[in-house]
Design a protein around this ligand. Structure first.
Ligand code: 13P
Ligand code: SF4
Length: 328
């Protein structure tokens, strides 16, 4: 566990981040689920696909990745010559945890005639065991390119996989993982909220269970939800994904109202991703100052994982996101 022991009293954290960003030739990449203060000083804020593309293309020498471990790992896989730091190495993901590589290997071996289409929210080892990686914004474009008679296993998110199966009339075999954040939304509370705001559309991430997705007017990735927020004609939107994304909506559309969908206790705070929340400005400062915690990946594993990521980048080439809404 990353424990911050030294006192940072008297340190102007924001000014120091500014100084170190230049001194280190660093780029700060942040996911939409990061704390607002991190989103606001990031060089680029985006969804998983956009952040992967940025990591692959950047000229910076250091990538300070404000997201979770699988995202920082992805940056290192795509940019091996860069130093990649993650402010808190404990920033994991319940989907990654649900899919231990050895169990995934056995699942694959049990279905030799299936290809493995795998959600990016997984370990580097699982990426290395996969044929094609997808993100939530690229999954539909990529699945559309796979022949209908090709058998597929999809992991680790059974809700995203189930949503794709229903939408594309496929029968992919699903790994039983879930995102603890999206799993926590309550259908009963959502229906109550809809009744309080008649006519307000619901935008949901496909990591939500069907009980939530079935009530959504729009289903898509974080960047897709942001695009929907910019285009829907009404004045109130119910947002069924991690609530920190609402920061970008309020920045872009200050006159509209965005309400986070509730969890079972009627309070949307239970949908804050506990892993994303581990990153703080203080830890970001320390990671730029000390160039650690650093992501390191063994080279042959990296090369194996890179193949499935490269396939995603090729097959998703036409997919456009929204990822500059929070850019400085
Ligand atoms: P996207 O940003 O790709 O929609 O993914 C959301 C997510 O699961 C981040 O953990
Ligand atoms: Fe993982 Fe869910 Fe957190 Fe995304 S929101 S990092 S899928 S636990």
């Amino acid at each position: 566990m990353t424990v911050q022991t030294e006192s940072l009293a008297g340190v102007d954290i924001r000014a120091e981040i500014e100084r170190l960003r230049k001194e280190r030739n660093a780029v700060i990449l942040a996911h939409y689920y990061q704390r607002p203060e991190i989103q606001d000083l990031a060089d680029f804020v985006g969804d998983s696909l956009e952040l992967s593309r940025k990591a692959a293309d950047t000229d910076a020498e250091v990538i300070a990745f404000c997201g979770v471990k699988f995202m920082a790992d992805t940056a290192k896989i795509l940019s091996p010559n860069k130093i990649v730091v993650l402010p808190d190495m404990d920033a994991g993901c319940s989907l990654e945890d649900s899919c231990p590589p050895e169990m995934f290997r056995k699942f694959r071996e049990a279905h030799p005639d299936h290809i493995a289409l795998t959600y990016i929210n997984c370990s580097t080892e699982v990426k290395a065991l996969s044929d094609i990686i997808v993100t939530s914004s690229s999954a539909e474009t990529i699945l559309d390119q796979i022949p209908e008679d090709q058998k597929i296993i999809f992991g680790p998110d059974r809700h995203l996989g189930g949503y794709l199966n229903r939408k594309f009339d496929r029968e992919m075999l699903l790994w039983p993982g879930v995102c603890v954040v999206h799993e926590a939304f309550s259908e009963t509370e959502l229906l109550k909220l809809k009744a309080q705001h008649p006519g307000a559309p619901v935008a949901a991430h496909p990591e939500c269970p069907p009980t939530i997705v079935d009530h959504a007017d729009y289903v898509g990735s974080t960047s897709g939800i942001l695009a929907f927020a910019k285009s829907f004609p009404g004045d109130t939107l119910i947002v069924a994904t991690e609530p920190h994304i609402i920061h970008q909506m309020e920045r872009a559309l200050p006159n509209k109202r965005f309400i986070g969908a509730p969890g079972a206790d009627g309070n949307c705070n239970c949908n804050i991703c506990p892993y994303m929340a581990l990153n703080t400005l203080e830890k970001l400062y320390l990671s730029l100052r000390d160039l650690k915690p650093r992501v390191e990946i063994e080279e042959s594993l990296r090369l194996d994982a890179r193949k499935s990521l490269d396939r995603m980048l090729e097959m998703a080439a036409g997919t456009v996101g929204q990822g500059d809404l929070g850019a400085r």
